[in-house]
Structure formats: structure tokens, C-alpha cells
Design a protein around this ligand. Structure first.
Ligand SMILES: [Zn+2]
Length: 314
């Protein structure tokens, strides 16, 4: 059976037609309407029908950027404000006439990696998405851990320092404000202002204030020692949060996804070293491998399709 997974972000909707084996046989992208919730339901329904290409659908899954409760109601969505307190699963199910699963986008991506990606066959996994922000998903005992309300695994909003940089959620010192792609840019602009990363500044057109995480990534991947040193320091901050989460969750595997994974082992090697140093009793526990995600930007849609399959007994 093929199901449709929809990844609903602040700017675009990615629809994927996905087989039981997790293969994407068709995909379709549309902009996310910024008007009202009814327009978003129409856009989601239209994308699902378009990507199905005439095949009859049995279920649809949605990974939505926000806090989603157990009924599939979006409770909070700073990047898609029209959906705040909107019963998305119910309305899309009414519109399409079939079961619809809605979950947080990072949960959907984690489920995708667990069923079809880097965490296949592993029952206890922490999936961390390092992108503009930090998303997360926790698989425990082979199931997604959702918490009492469906809001669990908001790992980016894990307090790391008492007085730290401002987080997008409004509370200072969260891990996301220190270890996301956005934070890498902030960190790099500080180094750029000190004259520490001239190659990176050249890439930004010579303006230290214009430096972004992407410029750092490009320089580091071409072997610029200053950019690599910056990534190593940044990896230490990523490891700090990761070690805290591993101490709490005791995962068998950590999967790192999101845009920063394009850095590959330039990021992951120093991250592994620091993580090993910081995790409790590292010498007395099995090593927790830290690996790159496999499904890329389709992880959310593939995971949403797998959640839909769960609704119809697949
Ligand atoms: Zn926060």
C-alpha cells in the first residue's frame, strides 16, 4: 500500500507518495498559504491528491511545524500562525474522506529515520534535527515518545545555561539558541568581527556582518583551517546538550539530521569526541554511536506517510 506524507513548514508543503519500503515514488511542492487555516487545508488536500496521481488514497499523514496534541490539533505554531489552536487532523480528514494522522514535523522525521532510515531496527533512538532551529524525536521501546499531551521531545528548548543568548521561543539560554544553524551564524559573525575567519568573510562578500552558517559550512568543507576550528568549537556546544539528553534517555543510537549534516564528519567527528567525554560514565557503558540521518529533507514526509500507514494497519 502506498500512502501520502505531507511535510508542512512555514514556507512550503512537501507531499510525497511513499511505498511500504519507504521509497518516494512521486513528490510535489506547493507554497504554504499565509492567509488562513482553511486555505492551508485546501493546499494540503490539493498536494495529496496531486502527488497520488490518480491512485486511490487510503490514508494521509502530516508532519506540522508546531506543537500538535494527541487529537491532531495544532496547539502552537510560531511559523504557521494561522494554524494555532486549529483541529488540523479532523478538518483534513473531513475534506479528504479518509483517516489523517498529524504529528509534530520533527517527530515525523524521527519516525521516518526509525522505520526507513538511519535508525532502522533500533528500538531506542534520539533523533536530532540541526537546522534553522533544533528539532527532536525520541523513539523508546520502538515507539515514538509523545508525552502526556503530544508535546514531548522539544529538545531545542532544553535549558543549557542560565543566562545565554535569546531563544526564538522567548526564553534565554536554550540549546537551540546556542547550537542550531542560526546559532552557528551568530557565533561565526562574532569570530568574523574579531578577524579570525578571513576566508569565510570573503565568501560573504567581505562583510563580517553578512556571514551565515552556510558560508562557514562551505569554507570548512573546502578545508579552511579557521572555519574547521570554528566548527570544532561549535560541535562542543552541540555535544553539551546531546550528553544531557543521552544521560536522561539512554539511547542505543543518536541520529543527527537537518541542514548542518552537510558538514558530515567535519562536524560529527569533534561532536563524537566531545559527546564521549561529556556523557556520564562513558567508560562503563556501551558506546552510543552518533550517525548522520539518511533521509535528508524528505524525512518528515516519509515519516508522515509511515504514520498514515499505521492508521490503516500497514
Ligand atoms: Zn527556546
Amino acid at each position: 500500500v502506498e500512502t501520502v506524507g505531507l511535510d508542512l513548514g512555514g514556507t512550503k508543503i512537501l507531499a510525497a507518495l511513499v511505498t511500504d519500503d519507504g521509497d518516494v515514488v512521486a513528490e510535489h511542492r506547493v507554497p504554504t498559504p499565509d492567509t488562513d487555516a482553511a486555505a492551508i487545508v485546501e493546499a494540503l488536500a490539493g498536494a495529496a491528491v496531486a502527488v497520488a496521481g490518480g491512485r486511490s488514497l487510503v490514508a494521509v499523514g502530516v508532519g506540522a511545524a508546531g506543537l500538535v496534541d494527541a487529537q491532531g490539533t495544532v496547539r502552537y505554531a510560531p511559523n504557521v500562525p494561522a494554524l494555532i489552536e486549529f483541529p488540523l487532523a479532523q478538518r483534513l480528514s473531513d475534506r479528504l474522506g479518509m483517516p489523517v494522522a498529524v504529528d509534530n514535523d520533527a517527530n515525523a522525521a524521527a519516525w521516518g529515520e526509525a522505520i526507513h532510515g538511519a535508525a532502522r531496527g533500533v528500538d531506542d533512538v534520539l533523533v536530532v534535527t540541526l537546522g534553522t532551529g533544533i528539532g527532536g524525536g525520541i523513539i523508546t521501546g520502538g515507539r515514538l515518545y509523545r508525552g502526556a499531551n503530544g508535546f514531548a521531545a522539544e529538545i531545542g528548548h532544553f535549558p543549557v545555561v542560565d543566562e545565554g543568548p535569546a531563544c526564538a521561543c522567548g526564553i534565554d539560554g536554550h540549546w537551540e539558541a546556542m547550537a542550531s544553524g542560526t546559532a552557528l551564524g551568530v557565533f561565526a559573525r562574532r569570530r568574523a568581527a574579531q578577524g579570525d575567519i578571513p576566508d569565510v568573510v570573503d565568501r560573504a562578500g567581505g562583510d563580517p556582518e553578512a556571514v551565515t552558517g552556510e558560508h562557514v559550512t562551505a569554507s570548512a568543507l573546502e578545508g579552511d583551517p579557521a572555519a574547521i576550528a570554528l566548527v570544532e568549537d561549535f560541535a562542543g556546544v552541540v555535544a553539551l546538550g546531546l550528553a544531557g539528553l543521552a544521560n536522561i534517555l539512554d539511547p542505543a543510537l543518536v541520529v543527527i539530521g537537518g541542514g548542518l549534516v552537510t558538514l558530515g564528519d567535519t562536524l560529527l567527528d569533534p561532536l563524537r569526541t566531545e559527546f564521549r567525554r561529556l556523557v556520564e560514565a562513558g567508560a562503563h557503558r556501551p558506546e552510543i554511536p552518533v550517525v548522520a540521518a539518511e533521509l535528508g529533507e524528505r524525512a518528515g514526509a516519509i515519516g508522515a506517510a509511515a504514520l498514515a500507514r499505521g492508521l490503516v494497519g500497514g
